[in-house]
Design a protein around this ligand. Structure first.
Ligand code: RIB
Length: 306
């Protein structure tokens, strides 16, 4: 089973590359809303990939918290680890999508996500059959405690350190099995530990050797690379036209972790992650763009792994 300790955020998508100048207003004809948050997105991606997923996190007052809770339930995620707090709003994000190249800018208000506690996760869920999946959107001290607990209980942990805005401790890294970073996140981690991240392969090799953590760096259209106990692995991506890259990392991480949970060989975990991440760029939105398992299965042969 995968135990996600993660964020819930209501995503609001605005199709504009730029914000208006100070003291002026920009009117758009419409926008889209969808459940999001890296934790929730990755939980849904893993559930879609066939894993049993338990979710622990915090939601606040207001209808959008309840809607995100219901959405996770409908997506087959066990939401018994979610707590509601009347004194906080639920997380919300304004996402500005540039239709010219599918890139985006995001402003997130964390709300109740800021008070999530790892102690809500009961001990019996952490064992040699569990994989803890965490991101960078909940308090880092809580995330660290959970990862250490998981290792002590004989379980595995995967961290997608996104966004890479907090400080990672050596203890957190040493207790992880895999860390998954995009290029910017790799550079942020490199700065924290004085590792040159210009060359992503040497960065991943150094992080792996220093902290004994399998290190995966996603490289957008150039695929991904992994340095771990299986050595160095290079993975391509699908040749697609990107419409909106948001949520691509979540699709990658969710499908990768589901593969680990199903005890697939590592290269197969990476292959399905690469397909899922690529396909997520072909639709607008994060959770709304997560691919179905049959779509992923039908494109696996297009990924090159060496
Ligand atoms: O990774 C995408 C997610 O990041 C969005 O759903 C948004 O909520 C932000 O947290």
């Amino acid at each position: 089973m995968i135990v996600v300790f993660g964020s819930n955020v209501l995503d609001q998508f605005f199709h504009t590359a730029d914000l208006p100048p100070r003291d002026t207003a920009l009117f758009l004809p419409t926008h889209e809303e969808a459940p999001g948050g890296k934790g929730a997105n990755q939980a849904v991606a893993s559930a879609r990939a066939g894993a049993r997923v338990y979710f622990s996190g915090a939601l606040g007052k207001g209808g959008h918290g309840r809607a995100m809770f219901d959405n996770l339930t409908e997506c087959g995620v066990d939401v018994s680890g979610i707590r509601f707090f009347d004194e906080y709003p639920s997380g919300i994000a304004a996402i500005f999508v540039d239709h010219r190249d599918g890139t985006h800018k995001v402003v997130v208000s964390e709300g109740a996500n800021r008070i999530a506690k790892q102690e809500w996760i009961p001990d019996h869920l952490l064992n040699q059959n569990s994989i803890v999946l965490v991101q960078g959107e909940l308090p880092i001290e809580e995330t660290e405690k959970l990862v250490i607990r998981a290792r002590k209980a004989g379980g595995r942990s995967v961290m997608n350190f996104a966004p890479a805005t907090k400080t990672l401790s050596p203890e957190l890294l040493q207790n992880l099995d895999f860390i998954i970073l995009n290029e910017h996140e790799a550079e942020a981690v490199g700065k924290q530990f004085s590792i040159d991240a210009t060359d992503k392969e040497s960065f991943a090799t150094e992080l792996f050797h220093r902290f004994n953590v399998g290190t995966i760096v996603t490289l957008g259209p150039d695929g991904a690379l992994c340095v771990c106990n299986d050595g160095f692995i290079s993975i391509s991506s699908l040749k697609i036209k990107a419409v909106d890259t948001i949520g691509a990392g979540d699709a990658f991480v969710g499908y990768f972790t589901a593969g680990l949970d199903q005890n697939l060989p590592l290269r197969d975990c990476l292959r399905q992650a690469a397909v899922a991440g690529s396909l997520a760029c072909t639709k607008v939105g994060a959770q709304t763009a997560l691919p179905m398992p049959d779509e992923v299965a039908s494109r696996l042969g297009e990924i090159l792994i060496s």
